[in-house]
Design a protein around this ligand. Structure first.
Ligand SMILES: NC(=O)C[C@H](N)C(=O)O
Length: 544
């Protein structure tokens, strides 16, 4: 078992908030793993599905949907001034919960997600609710429709609690590129939550909602999941409809799920997956019942993953990865071995090429996708006396600096003189990466790596160094280039903040084999001893 134990000293919420910004000393960049032996009983409990326990409580009349919604909203109200995870909180949550209670009173059937509060990333359209993608260009935009993923979870009784903060159009790794606010990491308010779906990850980590939706173009679900100590699931490209997801780089974008357990992320995936005639790239493959995976651990033998072939990607433990991250991932490797897996090291020689290829392709596609925001077809309109000035001013005022930089880079990479050297070459690298993954996944059931080369860093630390920030995406972008599914789940801690910082393990599977990832991930998290991935902020908040 991994012995990364973690103890939360009790302290009042107000002290936590006020001390966090002033007394935290800056740590060395190379973080150390936390190894303690003072295992408190509460630190050993494995994460349980909130969705299943809500269902049980509602059906057994232990709690009403209204009481449940009120408790989440109270926590949200207490924590939100410090976290800023949400750009908009819905005014309809209690009304929807009340109407669910009436249905339960009348013994009507309720869906699997009944009463479950869901945070939705702000680039996913929600009817009559602001959907800005974190951009001024869409400020005050309220779509007249729901994205298919939102429509689907609502049909099962899920309630949208609000729209979560993000880097503008998904371009960034910290939420600092949001036009509206920076979200803080619930584990240490002076640190970033990751990005671009930082608001969705922080909201689940701080238990402001039960689960949330994010989008992942190059790691935007997985890296914030790792930074905030929650589970992040990036499905296979085509598994979930992109209808209503605002396009960044269409050949890479997918909607993904956050939960505080593997089960919750998997149940949400079940709800939103499947073909949609409104998205021609959504797959017609049948969707397995991911929820049946979540068997009780009592039913597992001593080697529940016996014979599972796991390949540790050699290139992901090279220089540039913090020592603490390496130790936590190697701890996870021994845990998988104890569960019966056969571990081997696999080499993906093209892995380091993923980063430049991703940034060329994603920027190129974004330069084309974002051309629609001209103030006439889409987006807020500037005032100007002449059409070209109107286009120019609407874009100049509507987009932030990171988006402008990506549009310029992408336009350059696609331009006549440079197309062969950049865009075409990057596409060739993409094919190579896909082939390397295919070979590795023919020989292994799953591949593993860290989810990010470091734990959450300080707000402002990389803001003015885009290359350093892009380099942090090295672990995740290859998976998008290959269109594969990947699950990130917390596997340990490194030093940092007042209570340690979580570390995420990435598990990568073959296309459309989310089922295997969920099974392995669930068994891994249920048997991981001594780690409790609930930020101390929450215990303090609930004690108030
Ligand atoms: N959107 C993503 O998946 C995040 C990535 N850091 C990017 O800026 O492109």
């Amino acid at each position: 078992m991994v012995s990364t134990l973690h103890h939360h000293p009790p302290r009042s919420l107000s002290r936590f908030f006020s001390s966090s910004s002033t007394t935290i000393k800056s740590r060395s960049f190379h973080s150390k793993p936390i190894l303690c032996s003072d295992q408190s009983p509460s630190s050993t409990s494995s994460p349980q599905s909130q969705i299943l326990s809500i269902r049980h409580s509602l059906l057994s009349r232990h709690v009403t949907a209204t009481q449940l919604a009120e408790s989440y909203l109270t926590r949200l109200k207490l924590t939100e001034p410090h976290l800023k995870s949400f750009l908009h909180v819905s005014e309809h949550v209690l009304k929807q919960a009340e109407s669910l209670d009436h249905r339960i009173d009348r013994n009507e059937n309720i869906g699997l997600l009944a009463g479950v509060l869901v945070g939705v990333k702000d680039n996913i359209c929600t009817m009559d609710m602001p959907s800005t993608a974190g951009s001024r260009v869409l400020e005050n935009y309220r779509p007249p429709f729901d994205a298919t993923a939102v429509k689907r979870f609502k049909e099962l009784g899920g309630i949208v609690v609000g729209k979560t903060n993000m880097d503008e159009f998904g371009m960034g790794s910290t939420t600092e590129a949001s036009a509206f606010q920076v979200t803080a990491n619930p584990w240490d308010l002076s640190r970033v939550p990751g990005g671009s779906s930082g608001g969705s990850a922080a909201a689940v980590s701080a238990r402001q909602c039960v689960v949330s939706l994010g989008s992942d173009t190059g790691g935007s679900v997985r890296q914030p999941a790792s930074f905030c100590g929650v589970v992040g699931l990036k499905p296979t490209y085509g598994r979930v409809s992109r209808y209503g997801l605002m396009a960044y780089a269409s050949s890479l974008d997918v909607i993904g799920c956050f939960g505080s357990s593997v089960a919750d992320a998997g149940i949400l995936l079940s709800a939103i997956s499947g073909h949609d005639r409104l998205d021609a790239t959504s797959s017609k493959r049948e969707v397995p019942d991911f929820t049946s995976q979540f068997i009780s651990t009592e039913l597992l033998g001593s080697k529940p993953l016996k014979g599972l072939r796991v390949g540790l990607i050699r290139e992901t433990l090279d220089n540039g990865v913090d020592n603490g991250i390496k130790s936590a991932v190697l701890g996870a490797v021994s845990h998988l071995e104890e569960l019966g897996c056969t571990l081997s090291e696999v080499s993906l020689p093209s892995f380091p090429l993923g980063l430049p290829a991703y940034y060329i392709l994603a920027s190129s596609e974004s330069s084309s996708n974002l051309s629609r925001y001209d103030g006439v077809r889409y987006g807020n309109q500037a005032t100007a006396d002449e059409l070209n000035a109107l286009y120019g001013d609407s874009r100049a005022k509507g987009f932030g600096p990171e988006v402008k930089m990506r549009i310029l880079m992408g336009t350059y990479g696609l331009s006549a003189g440079y197309y062969d050297a950049y865009y075409k070459r990057a596409q060739q690298v993409r094919t190579l990466i896909q082939k390397n993954f295919k070979t590795a996944l023919d020989e292994n059931d799953i591949l593993i790596s860290p989810a990010a080369p470091s734990a959450a860093y300080k707000i402002g630390e990389k803001k003015n160094d885009p290359l350093a920030m892009y380099a942090g995406d090295i672990m995740t972008v290859n998976v998008n280039l290959a269109g594969l599914p990947a699950l990130v789940l917390p596997c340990g801690f490194v030093e940092g903040g007042a209570a340690g910082l979580p570390v995420g393990l990435q598990m990568i599977g073959a296309a459309f084999d989310e089922e295997k990832l969920l099974k392995v991930g669930h068994i891994f998290e249920q048997t991981l001893q001594g780690c409790r991935f609930i930020p101390p902020l929450i215990a303090d908040c609930d004690a108030q």
